[in-house]
Design a protein around this ligand. Structure first.
Ligand code: ASP
Length: 453
């Protein structure tokens, strides 16, 4: 282990000069912070769109925002991106006209098709890293800019969703060293053919995870704009607390829409090298954040409650399912063929339910059910919409009698019918499916019973 820290700063942490100064102070505070991965500027008071979205919009000649029903054309996006970086340079008080010249010429270049979108999309991280490196140096810090194309950050040529190639680890290990603060743009890499390609959205997390793995960091910090991972969504329950320590398994189970503080793929690299991840708040650096580790001691039962809204349940009844070898496989194959991700599949002797995101059925439900009917000949088939899954999570729940009973009683007292029950095989979580209209009340009831001190 190098003993060094990799610190990744998300879009809101580097959205303007004020934020970048906070980043500089955080980095300067601990000399082990030697690897700094930065995102493109995110939303702030001056712009309700991220620079990366503007770049997609320029590359697609306005189609990116049009598809979202927004009326910002490519020229406006161009002006905002150039304006944003120009303001950054002015506000940081650095000399950067050459940077703006390069940006302007790259954003008007004639690159073709898929390569064009990725190249443009990568420019947010690229230019932000250049500016941040220059600012750190102007402030007397020993910093060096390490671009993915120069350090061998190799990715596949699946444009728009490139995957990191295995050779990247060795390349980074050779090219990065802790004799200076390395400023590394996140989100993109270089293909074997020398083109730039971006990872999936939010992919700077992935860059950070790869760097942490390659330099065998002692810690991977993920700096964002929340104090950490909350027990439950604080917008629904304002008194909810930040969870101080979570295992990798627990945070996976807690994931739900609205819980996405972290790109989960990035965790895999850290998990494989036993590198703890610390989710921190750039705007409140005193807060210790949430630490994600391999193992932990627990003196509580549940640590948090995950929630997934707008869930649908495809219910199938057929005599002898329990004795028909391969029935579940056949059924799940059909969902795969339609590109529908399945979350859970509680089953019994003569029936089975498949739990999916309601939005994934849009435009496909009729076709899907026809195919199931044709191929599996069920006695009965129905889709139940508008469900919410509430999922208490915690390693302490395993072997603790009564957690499910208490949770079920809490819902019973609110007169909420439980439509689905499914316990995770590791016993670290269970899932209650209830009608969407009871979601907030159900969450509050479970929070009060299982988590409130
Ligand atoms: N800038 C990219 C995005 O908005 C990647 C990132 O911020 O992590 O998706």
């Amino acid at each position: 282990m190098s003993g060094m820290i990799v610190s990744k700063f998300g879009g809101s942490s580097v959205a303007n000069a004020g934020q970048i100064e906070k980043v500089r102070r955080i980095v300067a505070e601990d000399e082990k912070r030697r690897y700094v991965v930065v995102s493109a500027p995110g939303k702030d008071a001056s712009d309700s769109e991220k620079v990366t979205d503007h770049l997609f919009n320029i590359a697609t000649d306005g189609d990116h925002f049009k598809a979202k029903g927004k009326s910002i054309d490519a020229k406006q996006s161009y002006d905002r991106v150039v304006g944003k970086f120009r303001t950054l340079i002015t506000d940081l008080g650095i000399d950067g006209e050459d940077i703006i010249d390069d940006l302007e010429s790259e954003l008007t270049s004639n690159i073709s098709d898929k390569k064009r979108i990725d190249f443009f999309a990568s420019r947010g991280e690229h230019y932000n890293a250049k500016i941040i490196a220059r600012y750190f140096k102007a402030k007397g810090m020993i910093a060096k800019l390490m671009l993915p194309e120069d350090i061998g950050f190799l990715v596949s040529d699946r444009f728009g969703n490139a995957k990191v190639l295995p050779a990247t680890h060795a390349n980074l290990g050779l090219s990065l060293s802790d004799d200076a603060i390395n400023i590394i743009p996140g989100y993109y890499g270089i293909t074997l053919k020398g083109d730039l390609a971006v990872l999936s959205r939010g992919g700077s997390d992935l860059t950070g995870g790869e760097v942490a793995y390659a330099v065998e960091a002692s810690l991977y910090e993920n700096w964002t704009d929340t104090d950490g991972v909350y027990q439950v969504d604080p917008r629904i329950i304002p008194e909810a607390q930040v969870i101080p320590v979570l295992t990798y398994k627990e945070i996976r189970l807690l994931s739900s829409r609205g819980f996405n503080v972290f790109h989960f793929d990035a965790m895999i690299s850290c998990k494989n090298r036993n590198i703890p991840i610390n989710i921190r708040n750039t705007n409140n650096p005193q807060a210790p954040g949430t630490m994600i580790v391999t193992t932990r001691e627990s003196d509580e039962t549940a640590v948090g409650i995950g929630r997934m809204d707008d869930i649908a349940c495809v219910y199938i009844e057929k005599d002898m399912i329990g004795e028909t070898i391969g029935f579940t496989k056949e059924l799940l194959d059909i969902f795969r063929d339609y590109g529908i991700n399945t979350h859970h599949y509680p089953s019994d002797k003569d029936d089975i339910a498949v739990i999916v995101d309601q939005k994934d059925l849009q435009g496909k439900a009729a076709d899907l059910t026809n195919t199931i009917r044709k191929r599996l000949n069920p006695n009965f088939l129905d889709i139940n919409y508008d469900l919410c899954l509430l999922s208490p999570v915690g390693i302490g729940m395993k072997n603790t009698p009564g957690v499910l009973a208490r949770a079920a009683t809490a819902l019973y007292k609110e007169n909420i019918n439980i439509e689905i029950v499914d316990q995770g095989p590791s016993q670290l979580s269970f899932h209650f499916g209830i009608h969407q209209r009871y979601a907030d009340t159900g969450l509050k009831a479970l929070y009060t019973t299982l988590l409130k001190q």
